[in-house]
Design a protein around this ligand. Structure first.
Ligand code: CA2
Length: 149
C-alpha cells in the first residue's frame, strides 16, 4: 500500500519562521516521523511539498493507480483553491485533510476550507501529530476501500 502526502505553499519554512503558531519542528523532521511510523505500519509513503498550485494539481492527478490514499495539507490553498478541490474530487481516492494549527480557532478567513468537503475528513490543531493521525486515517481508509473493491 502506498500513501501520498502532499504539502502546500510555505510549509518548507516550518520550524524557521512563525514558530509561535507552527512550532519549531521542520517539515524534514515531520517527514522523518511519518516515514518511521509508515515503516512500522508496513506501508510506503511518498512525501511531497510544492509552492505551486498547478504542481499540486498535477501530483493529485497522477495519484490514481499509484497510491491508495492521499493525505494533504493544502496550506493557504485550503481557503482559496477551487483547482485543488476539483482535482481531489476528480481522482476519487480517499483523501484526508490535515493542518498543524486549529484553523477554526484562527482568523475568519481560515475557517472555511474549500478542500475539506471533498476529503473524507479533516484533522487539525495537533501540530506535527496531525500528520501521524492523517497517516493512520489514510491507512484505515485504504484498507477499507480494498475490502469493498
Ligand atoms: O495549520 C496549517 O497546517 C495550515 O495549513 C498552515 C498554512 C495556513 O495558511 C493554513 O491556514 C493552516 C500556512 C503554512 C505556511 O507555514 C509557514 C511556516 C513558517 C513560516 C511561514 C509560514
Amino acid at each position: 500500500m502506498r500513501i501520498l502526502f502532499i504539502n502546500g505553499p510555505n510549509l518548507n519554512l516550518l520550524g524557521r519562521r512563525e514558530t509561535g503558531i507552527y512550532g519549531r519542528t521542520t517539515l524534514a523532521e515531520i517527514k522523518k516521523r511519518v516515514l518511521q511510523r509508515a515503516r512500522a505500519l508496513r506501508v510506503q509513503v511518498d512525501f511531497r511539498q510544492s509552492n505551486h498550485e498547478g504542481e499540486l494539481v498535477d501530483l493529485i492527478g497522477a495519484a490514481p493507480g499509484r497510491y491508495s490514499a492521499i493525505v494533504i495539507n493544502p496550506a493557504a490553498y485550503t481557503h482559496t483553491s477551487v483547482a485543488l478541490r476539483d482535482a481531489i474530487a476528480a481522482v476519487g481516492l480517499p483523501a484526508v485533510e490535515i493542518h498543524l494549527s486549529n484553523i477554526h480557532a484562527r482568523e475568519d478567513f481560515r475557517h472555511r476550507s474549500l478542500t475539506a468537503p471533498v476529503c473524507v475528513g479533516q484533522i487539525c490543531g495537533f501540530g506535527p501529530l496531525s500528520y501521524l493521525l492523517g497517516l493512520e486515517a489514510a491507512v484505515a481508509l485504504a484498507k477499507n476501500a480494498g475490502k469493498q473493491s
